[in-house]
Design a protein around this ligand. Structure first.
Ligand code: GRF
Length: 216
């Protein structure tokens, strides 16, 4: 079994989708080892507790980034985590953290990166006048919303969209994309060439078709 560590700060809908997809057998060989929140009242943390998962609060108040990250890394190690998934985790992580889990930290962002990194990505897309947006799951590196892209899913921006409607439409795709990316990464059948994530042993067309039939 590959053990996932989920880091969140809020609602936790991506975490819940991952947990549901594991329960449905859509991410074979994966289990959630621990859910960690930096916010004590994060609804995502309560959802983890309700599911009987290991759930921990590690608050950052009064700690330097390095100290906080060291505590998070220690907790992840204690739970023998293989892959770390940031799911609405509203903190930048330090190089020390990345060194502890090289190429083993994933993040999801609600835009088609490199467009609209940072906060309020959906609002940025609307204000820019983008006609297509979406979500990106990527490896985390030392720069914000920057690491190698594993998968992306697009959605149209509709004329009557406000930020909320666009965010909802993107979120539906996030819930598919994150589990898809975790499954791909856990398969180990990929290589990274420069910035490109390449799935091994499968032609691009077949890759697309397989993912389509699996995730819709
Ligand atoms: C998502 O839009 C995700 O892309 C971004 O933060 C939001 C978290 O939502 N990084 P949730 O807590 O998973 O519901």
């Amino acid at each position: 079994m590959k053990r996932l560590g989920i880091l969140l700060s809020g609602r936790g809908s991506n975490f819940i989708a991952i947990a549901d997809n594991i329960a449905a057998g859509k991410i074979p060989g994966a289990e959630i080892a621990v859910v960690i929140s930096n916010k004590p009242y994060a609804p995502g943390l309560q959802a983890a507790e309700q599911r009987g998962l290991n759930a921990h609060v590690i608050q950052s108040k009064g700690l330097s980034r390095a100290e906080h990250d060291a505590a998070v890394v220690a907790c992840l190690r204690e739970h023998k985590v293989d892959l770390v998934c940031l799911a609405g985790y509203m903190r930048l992580i330090s190089p020390v953290f990345l060194e502890a889990f090289p190429n083993k930290v994933l993040n999801i962002h609600p835009s088609l990166l490199p467009a609209f990194p940072g906060l309020d990505a959906q609002r940025q897309a609307l204000e820019y006048g983008a006609q297509v947006s979406g979500c990106t799951v990527h490896f985390v590196d030392e720069n914000l919303d920057h690491g190698v892209i594993i998968t992306q899913r697009s959605v149209p921006v509709l004329p009557d969209d406000d930020e909320h409607a666009l965010a909802e439409r993107i979120l539906e795709q996030e819930h598919i994309a994150y589990s898809e990316a975790i499954r791909l990464v856990l398969s180990g059948d990929y290589e990274i060439c420069g910035r490109r994530y390449l799935q091994k042993g499968i032609s691009p067309r077949r890759h697309r078709d397989t993912e389509k039939s699996r995730w819709g």
